[in-house]
Design a protein around this ligand. Structure first.
Ligand code: COA
Length: 695
């Protein structure tokens, strides 16, 4: 029996229990692969052993390949070699899975002769989320167990599957509380019957090929430029069409090919960026303590407030939503109930779960009801005096250690903190709409925010299952600062010769989830109008200003909710509007602009360069801690294509000297506001990239 630092084997009578022990998640680093292969070899030939169990120490079964190794060429043995050894093993090998068996970890389990799952364990092949396809037989063995359609769903989405579903799909053989005992028992039973049932020997169950091809086509269409999910669909089809070994070789080659490509590099960057963004900086070497939050208050029950209340209730918090009067409180309750009704109808929420959530939610017209709240999130209209009034009232009502947060998307958190006793407990919590769906939350550290208040906000956001990003207190924080540049370039393109639908199509072709004008119609044009009116006195008169959005608002065209904005909205469809074209042409003519065709690539490069330049400013001002935080914000809050890794990573991929050249071109064309950021110039001069600042 072998013993190494990462893998050891225990004898349980006539069964060898191989234990991987490589914290934190038992990832298959080169050392683990080598030791595991050796352990399987030894157990396969050890005297007195009839069967083998593969299990893990620590919090989880093998959670996949070691992502940190992916920047270098793979060193043998590969996970596929271990799977081949399992296939060749003359003794039955049973996987005992707890925690999460993901990626290469689940592929190992699929190559075992049986799988036992703990009741709270999950399995999955999430490789497409980091721009890959499984490379150790996952696309070949999964369809043999679950069928090609289910394999397509699981691999293309990369979702984790809970125990019940895993059992019903045939991915595992048994759910057991004591997985090791159950696996040892099964290994002996298999050995006694002389069986080593290999998944590779099974045929892929018959399936409707036309329906499969249709689903694969939908996946391709939805990928918006991402390569991995469509590649997974192709590989799953090989399982049905080719002999196992031939398909396996093709899968491995494709996986390695994707691994060295820019998309996987970008998605791996995001994987690390998301985790880095969620860490509380320990300024003095100690992580600050967090305050316990059980009861959360929400002030304001509009779209944002009710969405936030739902997110909190979903995560198990007791929630009290306070509105200005009884009618408004009832309306808020109606909004929340409507969301839950839709979820129940769509089969996404059980009746029992709805009841549990509704039991946690209370509505009130009296702010005093928030007296014992541990955290209150203000979500009233986007108007500083209105928000200040709420903070003042809250300060009189809540405990002194209650964290107070504003859901503002632009406004000054310090000015709200000025209104309260103990301003160190005030932070910003900028949710994105719809708040119960969108993952991003910008956590704003105001001038006096105590580390404990920030850490508490961070812990709450994580408990909501959302992605936190810490940022400083500056108008628009991180995301809306970059959005402002995106908007400007789109509006300039429209004034210079393109139409809204052409600009949106260009950015959607770049991979954005939606074009700026479509998003704007969805969000409502009136909010931006109010902000522009508020900021008009301080606007630099030399800066290029496009008045088209204001003119649309003057006509009552506030977007989808009024049936018209940049587009016309008819029966849920977004249509180009000749009236908007006429208005645009009129504005161009008034300014003496000779309209000209604008190439999609110019729009894409312009938007990207403008965002990156603003990102460099946001960094220099300390609003963002690191470039990768900006990437996380744009991907999770603004529909920036994840496979590009976010704007800052994409800038590194283009090369910063070229990015600087593009920014200089923007500056030459549009003037004030587009001066190259000093940080961008500095990085170019010193031959560095944004990645060098991701500490
Ligand atoms: N390779 C290397 N490191 C990994 C890793 C992997 N496959 N998966 C997780 N880690 C690291 C994380 O970077 C983190 O490191 P840190 O503490 O230094 O930041 C640590 O393990 C814990 O991960 P985290 O995600 O914070 O913990 P969690 O308990 O919330 O989630 C997992 C655990 C396994 C569910 C999650 O990490 C995950 O989904 N990992 C990726 C799995 C995957 O994609 N596998 C297929 C690879 S081909």
């Amino acid at each position: 029996m072998t013993h190494s630092k990462t893998v050891r084997t225990e004898r349980h009578g006539d069964v060898a229990l191989i234990l991987v022990d490589h914290p934190p998640v038992n990832a298959l680093a080169a050392e683990v692969r080598r030791d595991l292969l050796a352990a399987i070899g030894a157990a396969a030939s050890a005297a007195g052993i009839v069967g083998i169990v593969l299990a893990c120490e620590g919090k989880t079964f093998v959670a996949g390949a070691d992502i940190r190794e992916f920047d270098a060429p793979p060193t043998p043995p590969l996970t596929g070699d271990i799977c081949a050894a399992l296939d060749a093993c003359p003794r039955p090998v049973v996987a005992a899975i707890h925690g999460t068996a993901l990626g290469g970890g689940f592929e190992l389990a699929l190559a075992c002769h049986a799988r036992i799952l703990a009741p709270d364990a999950r399995v999955g092949l999430p490789e497409t989320r980091i721009g890959l396809i499984p490379g150790a037989g996952g696309t070949q063995r999964l369809p043999r167990l679950a069928g090609a359609p289910a394999a397509l769903d699981l691999i293309a989405s990369g979702r984790h599957v809970a125990a019940d579903e895993a059992l019903s799909l045939g991915l595992v053989d048994e759910i057991a509380t004591d997985i090791r005992a159950a696996a040892i028992f099964r290994a002996r039973t298999l050995a006694a019957s002389g069986q080593t049932p290999r998944v590779r020997d099974r045929a892929v169950p018959a399936f409707d090929r036309a329906a499969f091809d249709k689903a694969a086509a939908t996946i391709r269409a939805r990928a918006r430029g991402a390569l991995a999910a469509p590649a997974a669909a192709e590989a799953i089809a090989w399982a049905a069409d080719l002999p196992f070994d031939e398909a396996l070789a093709k899968e491995r080659a494709r996986s390695l090919d994707l691994r060295t490509g820019p998309q996987s590099r970008a998605l791996r960057h995001l994987f690390h960026a998301e985790r880095l963004a969620a860490k509380m900086p320990a300024d003095d070497g100690h992580a600050p303590r967090t305050w316990v939050v059980r009861h959360a208050g929400v002030v304001g029950g509009g779209t944002m407030g009710s969405g936030i209340a739902i997110a909190l209730a979903d995560a198990g918090f007791r929630v009290t939503l306070a509105e200005a009067n009884k009618e408004a409180a009832q309306a808020a309750e109606g909004r929340v109930n409507a969301v839950y009704d839709r979820q129940v109808k769509a089969g996404r929420l059980s009746e029992a779960a709805r009841h549990e959530r509704l039991d946690r939610l209370a509505y009130t017209a009296s702010i005093e009801a928030l007296g014992d709240a541990d955290l209150v999130i203000e979500a009233v209209i986007e108007d500083l005096p209105a928000k200040q009034t709420v903070f003042k009232k809250l300060s009189e009502v809540v405990r002194r250690d209650c964290v107070l947060a504003s859901n503002t998307s632009y406004l000054d958190i310090d000015a709200m903190a000025d209104m309260v006793d103990a301003p160190e407990r005030v932070v910003g919590l900028h949710f994105f709409s719809p708040a119960h769906v969108m993952r991003l939350v910008e956590i704003v550290r105001a001038r006096r925010s105590a580390p404990e208040a920030v850490a508490t906000a961070l812990a709450v956001v994580k408990r909501l299952g959302k992605q936190p990003v810490l940022c400083g207190n500056g108008e628009g924080f991180i995301g809306n600062r970059l959005l402002m540049r995106w908007r400007q370039i789109c509006e300039f393109a429209v004034e210079d010769g393109a139409l809204p639908q052409e600009v949106d199509a260009a950015m959607e072709a770049y991979g954005m989830a939606m074009g700026y004008f479509a998003v704007s119609d969805l969000a409502g044009l009136d909010i931006g109008w109010a902000i522009r009116k508020r900021n008009a006195p301080t606007r630099d008169p030399r800066a290029r200003y496009v008045p088209i959005a204001d003119r649309l608002c003057e006509q009552g065209r506030f977007g989808q909710k009024t049936g018209a904005g940049w587009y016309r909205h008819v029966e849920g469809k977004r249509l180009p509007d000749p009236e908007v074209t006429a208005l645009i042409e009129q504005v161009s003519a008034e300014k003496g602009i000779v309209r000209r065709p604008i190439a999609a690539e110019d729009i894409q490069h312009g938007v990207h360069a403008a965002m990156v330049n603003e990102g460099a400013r946001v960094l220099a001002e300390g609003i963002a801690q690191r470039p990768s935080d900006i990437d996380v914000v744009l991907v999770h809050g603004y529909g920036y294509p994840a496979w590009r890794g976010g704007p800052m990573h994409a800038a590194d991929a283009v090369g910063l000297p070229e990015m600087l050249r593009r920014v200089e071109a923007l500056h030459a064309a549009h003037g004030v506001g587009f001066e190259p950021a000093p940080l961008l110039r500095e990085l170019v001069a010193s031959g560095r990239s944004f990645a060098d600042l991701n500490l």
